[in-house]
Design a binder for this molecule. Structure first.
Ligand SMILES: Nc1ncnc2c1ncn2[C@@H]1O[C@H](COP(=O)(O)OP(=O)(O)OP(=O)(O)O)[C@@H](O)[C@H]1O
Ligand SMILES: [Mg+2]
Length: 272
């Protein structure tokens, strides 16, 4: 039988897509604490890649390594086939990475719209001088920024709160605004640190739907830290499992669910 393009892009995105980011032998220490111990894994174009593990396993630290916020003592990060030199987080952002935080990091006094606009800062090329004069490229850029932000506001269904100060919003909506701000950067890779923590069932369902829609409609690669195993199993193409800074599992949701080391880490049974 002749393979159709549809067959090539089957549901198993993790196995069929090209590697976008390759993390090789990453070790990260904080003084005497080894937060990440010699971990390697890759992230493929267009997949939803989950990182799971018990509290303190090193998941947020790993996201911070990917985003350039922490520079590991050992290991290499390859992006699109090139070794990434040590970079500042804003330089990594320019490569096309955007993130949300485990604890919400928005400007409470600013409106939803203005918070989302801050996500465009990395995209702005024209100087403050030309922006002040409102000329040529700066004007075009402003129009483009506004259009992109409006698209995201529609997409995440937050039109009715666009002028509301973020500090007045309930928790679930704040998380959605954080996602909107990250999307405003039009990232290649979106890093989400526990986007559903503290949400009620309905808010979680909404967030799940938005994550899947972002992945589907924009083709955005997503790296997701999440504690709710049901959510992880539903959303992700592949899962990395961390425990005490080590990688103890890596594969499809079904594979990691059947992995004895993963089961024992989650059940709190002593390792053999
Ligand atoms: N900035 C830091 N300075 C010192 N130690 C840190 C720092 N950040 C993390 N750690 C330590 O590194 C280890 C991993 O922490 P990390 O926050 O990455 O875990 P996590 O898997 O995200 O946990 P949680 O599920 O609770 O969010 C922990 O022992 C933590 O105390
Ligand atoms: Mg964490």
């Amino acid at each position: 039988m002749i393979a159709t393009p549809a067959a090539e892009f089957s549901t198993d995105k993790g196995a069929t897509r090209p590697v976008l980011m390759d993390l090789k032998n990453i070790t990260l220490r904080f003084g005497g604490v080894v937060a990440i111990k010699d971990i390697s894994f890759d992230i493929r174009e267009g997949e939803i890649r989950a990182i799971i593990g018990p509290n303190g396993a090193g998941k947020s630290s790993m996201l911070n390594v990917i985003s350039g916020f922490y520079v590991p003592q050992q290991g290499e990060i390859w992006f699109e086939g090139q070794k990434r030199p040590p970079m500042k987080p804003y330089q990594v952002a320019r490569l096309g990475l955007a993130r949300t935080f485990q604890n919400i990091a928005l400007f409470d006094g600013m409106s939803v719209l203005d918070n989302i606009m801050t996500g465009r800062l990395n995209k702005m090329k024209s100087s403050l001088f030309s922006q002040a004069l409102w000329w040529g490229p700066a004007e075009r850029e402003e129009v483009e920024n506004r259009a992109q932000v409006e698209k995201i506001i529609d997409f995440l269904e937050i039109q009715n709160i666009r002028k509301t100060p973020v500090g007045r919003l309930p928790y679930g909506l704040k998380k959605r605004v954080e996602l909107a701000r990250a999307l405003a950067a039009e990232p290649r890779i979106l890093l989400l640190d526990e986007p559903m923590a503290g949400m009620n069932v309905e808010e979680k369902e909404d967030m799940c739907r938005f994550i899947l829609d972002v992945n589907d409609e924009f083709g955005t690669t997503i790296v997701l830290i999440e504690h709710d195993m049901g959510v992880v199993m539903d959303l992700s193409d592949r899962v990395v499992v961390m425990d005490y800074g080590r990688k103890i599992g890596d594969g499809t949701p079904d594979e990691v669910r059947a992995n004895p080391e993963v089961i024992s880490a989650y059940l709190g049974v002593a390792h053999e």
